[in-house]
Design a protein around this ligand. Structure first.
Ligand SMILES: Nc1ncnc2c1ncn2[C@@H]1O[C@H](COP(=O)(O)OP(=O)(O)OP(=O)(O)O)[C@@H](O)[C@H]1O
Length: 740
């Protein structure tokens, strides 16, 4: 250890040099500069370099010399501070603490042993035949063994040796001993052979035939067992387990040394001591965990970026080796988890909601598992989510799992758009308020319309929350939608889940892309607290396909395999690649595996649960039944076409029906509110602006100044339109329709 390693404070704060030694090292402080310069000029002892210097302590003008390395008497943090900071290790192992993991372990053990039992039961006749075949050898072994014992065969070599040496005394002693032994043993064996055996045979023949057979079979099998040959086992192996080498500090050091990092190599070899293990290497789930203090100057990202080399150094498949940082420690603390099995090949537990259960968007919902097989859950409420990956590595599967969970919350209004057109999300059609599938302009426009509606709905939601807060602050303590408010059907604050798969089709659309990007950004920024959850998935995470407003503001990100740094950081956030969170290290076979950022304090590695299309269909059958019971089925799921075209088609007629014959001139905002209240399904989210926009293509002027009475009973001019204009439009449309 070098002398300057102990950076402890001055015990009494007087800066005096109680334990100064001749060669204590000091750093120069700024206030010593003048003196030091002078000293050097005059050939003094202390040099004015910025380097660490050895020798006398630097004089301080006022307080005397100051040490950098404080005397040993200066203790570090008190025992209480140290205890306070200490990490408490789990009382129960994680698999015992989690009900799901315990159930999974129990299920696995039961399945393992029932498999083994079945395997051997089926092969019993083979085992019996093999044993019977070995029975003669077993019988011969027992007979010859007994004879050797009775006649003291093991003493024969000693007696022969005494005879050869012509040692008469010894020979006689051994012979007497042998004779005595043989007599005793014969006396013991003779009754068994002469009386016991005939009696057994006699009684056995008197037994019922089944018992005789069982006895005979038992005897034959026992003889067979006695005739076993070591290298020819009777039973086969029901389970072939692959033996995984234990992870030891030597193996870890050797692997780290193979990475070609100069700082690591420096501390290896004869000097050693630079790689420390602050905790013992332990079993952690189905693998080993090593906590490692890397040499000074080496950081965890340095290791993560060499994961492949590390795997090679550990002699393990890449999918087994997971280096991570420990968020609670310094930048050089590496947590290395080495699994027994490649993560991509490990058996995944069943998704907990596969067969039964409901979900709650306000609570963590099961998503998948991490590399250690522990469940990973995501709370979607108050969050937005972005999924990015190369094509074909599990993006849509991950999205579908989340949407299936959301669908199992009967309060949630689902709007699902899959812009690839493969129907990967069609299982959700039966519960979706809006559903679209395809890369065509119509579907892209319908997606945009849905976003417009949601954007307009944000206003209403915010107004409702403000109104509720004014009435009773305890209803909305955080000015957010609460589970209670989300469950009230009269408020329109139910959770709204909007998913756009292959969202690059929307955002890079030449006509609708720009507006869609702006709306998505606004929804992400404002919708969170108002119960709107936007989930986007893309296979092209670049600037044109993913507006920076979206990628910068989204809360939870799941990045499966991507090509490089740019895509990685577009999905996971700036600097993630630099910090060692690199989805580019996943391989083509790592399907469904990605980095999940923003869900926990630290980035997680997660593999989405595997739920295929038929299973998804059964889940949404359940979700639909839940919605029917709760009365929350709406829109597309009820067979209604809620797309813009239809609304636009009937809007003039609907408005005409809404207005009384005496309402010649009306304010747009008043009509919008009445329209939304009368037909919430179709116009629930309409604002005055939206109504104006929707009426424009019909040629109805909506920017007329209309005199009316406001909510305070005062007369004033506001934006509105004339009933006569509407009537003219409807008449014209009727005329055209009648004309064919
Ligand atoms: N969690 C998972 N576990 C195992 N296999 C998975 C998992 N998720 C996806 N896969 C496999 O990966 C394949 C591709 O998945 P998916 O269709 O979700 O990819 P994608 O990224 O959406 O592709 P594309 O961009 O072409 O739509 C699936 O057919 C499935 O077999």
């Amino acid at each position: 250890m070098t002398e300057h390693q102990n950076h402890t404070p001055d015990p009494d704060g007087d800066g005096r040099d109680e334990n100064a030694t001749e060669d204590a090292r000091v750093y120069e402080f700024p206030n010593n500069k003048a003196d030091s310069a002078e000293d050097t000029a005059t050939g003094g002892d202390v040099e004015t370099t910025s380097e660490v210097i050895e020798g006398e302590l630097v004089d301080d003008e006022d307080d005397g010399p100051q040490r950098v390395d404080q005397p040993d008497t200066a203790k570090g943090p008190s025992w209480w501070e140290r205890l306070n900071r200490a990490e408490r290790r789990e009382v129960l192992p994680p698999w015992l603490a989690s009900k799901a993991q315990l159930a999974e372990a129990a299920k696995w053990t039961a399945a393992h042993y029932s498999h083994a039992a079945g395997y051997h039961a089926l092969r019993c006749p083979i085992y019996a035949t093999k044993l019977a075949g070995q029975a003669p050898r077993g019988t011969a072994r027992i007979v010859s063994g007994t004879a050797r014992w009775v006649f003291d065969a093991e003493g024969q070599p000693l007696r022969a040796a005494a005879a050869r040496r012509e040692d008469a005394a010894e020979y006689l002693r051994l012979t007497y001993q042998r004779d005595a032994r043989v007599r005793t043993r014969l006396a013991m064996t003779a009754p068994v052979l002469l009386i016991g055996l005939p009696l057994t045979v006699f009684f056995a023949t008197g037994l019922p035939s089944l018992a005789t057979w069982v006895l005979t079979a038992g005897l034959v099998l026992a003889m067979g067992a006695a005739g076993r040959v070591r290298d020819k086992p009777i039973t086969g192996r029901a389970v072939v387990s692959t033996q995984v080498a234990k992870l030891t500090s030597d193996i870890v050091e050797r692997a780290l040394a193979s990475l070609g990092i100069a700082e690591i190599n420096k501390v290896m070899g004869s000097r050693g001591g630079g790689i420390a293990f602050p905790k013992p290497i332990t079993r952690d789930g189905p693998g080993w965990r090593a906590d490692i203090d890397l040499p000074h100057g080496v950081t965890v990202p340095d290791i993560v970026e060499r994961r492949e080399k590390l795997a090679s150094g550990l002699r393990r498949p890449l999918g087994c080796v997971w280096p991570e940082s420990d968020g609670t420690e310094h930048a050089g603390r590496l947590v290395l988890w080495v699994g027994d099995q490649d993560m991509a090949q490990a058996k995944q537990p069943t998704w907990p909601l596969l067969k039964k259960g409901e979900a709650d968007l306000f609570q963590p919902m099961p998503f998948g598992t991490d590399q250690r097989g522990r469940p990973v859950s995501i709370t979607l409420m108050y969050a937005n989510l972005l999924i990015g990956a190369m094509p074909g590595v599990g993006k849509t599967f991950a999205l579908r799992v989340l949407l299936l969970a959301a669908a199992l919350d009967a309060r949630a209004e689902m709007r699902v758009f899959e812009l690839k057109g493969t129907g990967d999300l069609e299982s959700l059609e039966k519960v979706a308020h809006h559903y679209g599938s395809g890369p065509d302009d119509g579907t892209v426009e319908a997606t945009l319309d849905s976003l417009r509606e949601i954007y307009a709905d944000l206003e209403k939601r915010a107004a409702t929350i403000t109104k509720l807060a004014k009435q009773d602050k305890t209803l909305v303590p955080e000015n957010k939608v609460t589970p209670h408010l989300a469950g009230r059907t009269d408020l329109g604050l139910h959770p709204l889940v909007v998913a756009v798969d292959e969202c690059q089709e929307l955002f890079s659309h030449p006509e609708f892309g720009k507006e869609a990007g702006e709306l998505a950004t606004a929804i992400i920024k404002r919708g969170r607290a108002l119960g709107v959850i936007l989930i986007l998935a893309t296979q092209r995470p670049d600037k044109d396909s993913l507006p920076t407003g979206v990628s910068a503001n989204v809360g939870i990100r799941f990045c499966l395999r991507v090509m490089g740094q740019m895509e990685n950081d577009m999905v996971l956030g700036t600097s993630m690649y630099k910090n060692g969170v690199r989805a580019s290290t996943f391989t083509a076979k790592d399907k469904g595996i990605g980095y999940l950022v923003g869900n926990a304090d630290d980035p997680q590695i997660a593999r989405s649960a595997y739920v295929d299309n038929p299973a998804a269909d059964r889940i949404t059958d359940r979700a639909r039944a839940l919605r029917e019971a709760a009365g929350t089925l709406s829109g597309h799921a009820l067979g209604r076409d809620t797309t813009r075209e239809r609304k636009a088609d009937t809007l003039p007629e609907d408005l005409l029906a809404l207005l009384g014959p005496d309402e010649d001139k009306v304010w747009t905002e008043v009509v919008a509110t009445r329209l939304a209240a009368t037909w919430p399904e179709a116009y629930g989210s309409y604002t005055a602006d939206q109504l104006s926009t929707a009426l424009k293509p019909h040629g109805v002027k909506t920017n007329r100044q209309v005199w009316g009475t406001d909510e305070h009973g005062e007369g004033r001019n506001r934006r509105g339109f004339h009933r006569a204009d509407l009537a003219q439009v409807v008449a014209e449309r009727n005329r055209k329709r009648d004309a064919g």
